[in-house]
Design a protein around this ligand. Structure first.
Ligand SMILES: [Zn+2]
Length: 313
């Protein structure tokens, strides 16, 4: 069964206060749980990668074409190295951490030490690869390491878009299973009146209750209405985000061909075959000696073609 159906993951887009604020919200327990299983994430890395994947899904639902994607990299100095997530149309996400099994002691307030694995120094990069345009790269320093504030800061610094960002993942302290995961992004539009911004700021302290409300059984819709009811939320669009990789044997084959003849020949001679693992989903692809030899022949044919092309100039 599709985990997404079991956990009813969804992204809801909408408006607050008669259209002066854009709202995007996510409940993402299933997708965070799927990432935990794929990568064997520690408790703290479940929280960190889970937050990043939900943020990426909230941004990805804005993509309009099947070939569009966005890559988000948290390149910090934390214990788990880099965190990378890719989002595609409809909120499909994939992602990984360099060292997914790193566990850290809880912080003094009893919370998972997300900034300890992400780091408090470094850079966020957001690469938007939209059809027919050069990729747009936005950058901003990491200063907090808890991810939500870092994105709020990123939107102001790099995209001139003031934003309130909340991300929460509740992890079972014994089993490490995801009990609830949710996120919310509120972005005032340029004409948003000052009093509406003040009303949003008033709400900011209450928003972290969202994940607990969902853990206690509320639907995302009901939790949003309870939290933001006074701001007159209107829901305009719902999508079903998933943790899903788009890797395939064909893509791995073309990657192998493009590494070149010498390395392929080396794999055949020294290892008699190869097993490659997709970083984003941990799926393994095995190649026998005969399969590698066929790829080597293809690589040789391509290099010869390239040389022939060169001679004509
Ligand atoms: Zn994959």
């Amino acid at each position: 069964m599709n985990e997404n159906e079991v956990y009813e993951d969804k992204v809801i887009r909408g408006l607050l206060m008669e259209g002066s604020v854009n709202m995007t919200a996510i409940s993402g327990r299933g997708l965070v749980e799927a990432a935990r299983h794929a990568h064997g994430l520690s408790h703290v890395c479940t929280a960190a990668l889970g937050r990043l994947l939900m943020q990426t899904a909230m941004m990805a639902v804005q993509l309009k074409n099947a070939s569009d994607n966005l890559t988000v990299i948290l390149d910090g100095d934390g214990a788990a190295g880099r965190f990378v997530a890719v989002g595609r149309e409809g909120g499909r996400v994939k992602g990984y951490a360099d060292f997914p099994e790193v566990e850290l002691p809880l912080k003094e307030n009893g919370k998972l030490d997300v900034s300890g694995v992400v780091g408090k120094n470094g850079e966020i990069r957001v690469i938007r690869d939209l059809s027919l345009k050069e990729p747009y790269v936005g950058r901003c320093a990491i200063t907090d390491g808890e991810i939500a504030n870092d994105f709020a800061n990123y939107f102001v610094v790099s995209e001139q878009q003031p934003s309130l960002v909340y991300l929460g993942v509740r992890v079972d302290p014994k089993t490490g299973a995801v009990r609830a995961a949710s996120g919310l992004m509120l972005q005032p539009l340029p004409f948003c009146p000052e009093r509406d911004i003040a009303a949003l700021e008033q709400k900011a302290n209450e928003i972290p209750a969202l994940t607990r409300m969902i853990e206690e059984g509320a639907s995302l819709e009901d939790a949003l209405i309870e939290l933001l009811g006074e701001l007159h939320p209107e829901f305009t669009e719902k999508t079903a985000p998933v943790f899903a990789c788009d890797c395939s044997r064909e893509k791995i084959e073309s990657a192998l061909i493009s590494i070149g003849r010498a390395e392929l020949a080396d794999m055949i001679e020294k290892d008699g075959g190869a097993e490659l693992t997709c970083r984003f989903c941990n799926k393994k692809y095995a190649f026998s000696r005969e399969e590698l030899e066929a790829l080597l022949a293809e690589a040789e044919a391509r290099e010869n073609d390239a040389e022939d092309d060169g001679q004509g100039e």
